[in-house]
Design a protein around this ligand. Structure first.
Ligand code: ADP
Ligand code: MG
Length: 225
C-alpha cells in the first residue's frame, strides 16, 4: 500500500529561557492511503507541534517528512507553500471560515489559490457540497450555519484541492456527540473512498471506533497502547 505521509525520526527541541525541552523525540509515523489515524495525549504532550510539522508549518530540529514519498526537507518557502496547497488539507477545531464569503465561495477561493480552472472548480465544489449534504446551503454565509454545517464546509474546503493527506486538529471539539460522529465518519469515508491518509488529533473517545489506529503521544513518540 502507498504511504501518503511519513514522519521519520522527527525531533523537535524548544528553547525555553536558556533550557532546552525536547517535545518530540525521534517520532515515527507512516499513514497509508485509506487510513484514518487518531492521535491522543494530554495537554502539553506535543500534539500541535506534531501536527504542525506533519503539515509543513513548522520545521523539525531533525528528521524528515515525506509526502507521497517526497521529502520536504530543504524546500524553499514557496515550494512548501505549494506542497501545503496541493498535498495537504487542514481541518481545525473551529471551522475558520471567511465571514464575508458564501459557502460555495469558500471552496472556490481555495480552488483559485490551488490554480484549478473556474469551471472545474465549480464542478468540484458542487460535487463536494452535495456529498457533504450542503447543497441547499451553498449561498449561505457562515454566520447562518450551525456548528456541524460549518465544520462540514471546512471539510469540503480541505478536500477542494484533492490533497494526499488530511490533517485534523480536534475537529469535533465544538460539536455535540452525533454531529461529531458525522464529521469523523465523513473524514474516514473520504480517506477510504479517495485513497487519502488522514491524521486526527482528538480528545473525543466517542469517535475512536471510527479510526483505523489510535496512537498516544508519550515522551515525544507515538505509541500504540
Ligand atoms: P499539545 O498540543 O499536546 O497541548 P504542544 O505541541 O502545543 O502540545 O506543546 C508541547 C510543548 O512544547 C509544551 O510544553 C509547549 O509549552 C512547548 N512549546 C510549543 N510551542 C512552543 C514554542 N513555539 N516555543 C517554546 N515552547 C513551545
Ligand atoms: Mg494543542
Amino acid at each position: 500500500m502507498r504511504q501518503r505521509i511519513e514522519l521519520r525520526d522527527i525531533t523537535r527541541v524548544f528553547e525555553d529561557g536558556g533550557t532546552q525541552r525536547t517535545v518530540l523525540d525521534k517520532l515515527n509515523l507512516s499513514v497509508a492511503e485509506g487510513e484514518l489515524v487518531a492521535v491522543m495525549g494530554p495537554s502539553g504532550s506535543g500534539k500541535s507541534t506534531f501536527l504542525s510539522i506533519a503539515g509543513a508549518l513548522l520545521e523539525p530540529t531533525s528528521g524528515d517528512v515525506l509526502l507521497d514519498g517526497k521529502s520536504i526537507t530543504g524546500k524553499s518557502q514557496q515550494e512548501l507553500s505549494d506542497m501545503r496547497l496541493h498535498k495537504l488539507g487542514f481541518i481545525f477545531q473551529s471551522a475558520n471560515l471567511i465571514p464575508y464569503l458564501k459557502v460555495e465561495e469558500q471552496l472556490l477561493f481555495v480552488a483559485k489559490q490551488g490554480g484549478l480552472d473556474k469551471s472545474q472548480a465549480r464542478e468540484r465544489a458542487k460535487g463536494l457540497l452535495e456529498k457533504l449534504g450542503l447543497a441547499h446551503r451553498r449561498s449561505a454565509y457562515p454566520d447562518k450555519l450551525s456548528g456541524g454545517e460549518r465544520q462540514r464546509v471546512a471539510i469540503a474546503r480541505a478536500l477542494m484541492n484533492d490533497p494526499a493527506v488530511l490533517l485534523a486538529d480536534e475537529p469535533t471539539a465544538s460539536l455535540d456527540a452525533s454531529r461529531g460522529m458525522d464529521v469523523v465518519r465523513m473524514i474516514a469515508g473520504e480517506a477510504k473512498e479517495q485513497g487519502k491518509a488522514a491524521v486526527m488529533v482528538t480528545h473525543d473517545e466517542r469517535v475512536l471506533p471510527l479510526c483505523d489506529r489510535v496512537l498516544y503521544l508519550e515522551e515525544g513518540r507515538l505509541v500504540q497502547r
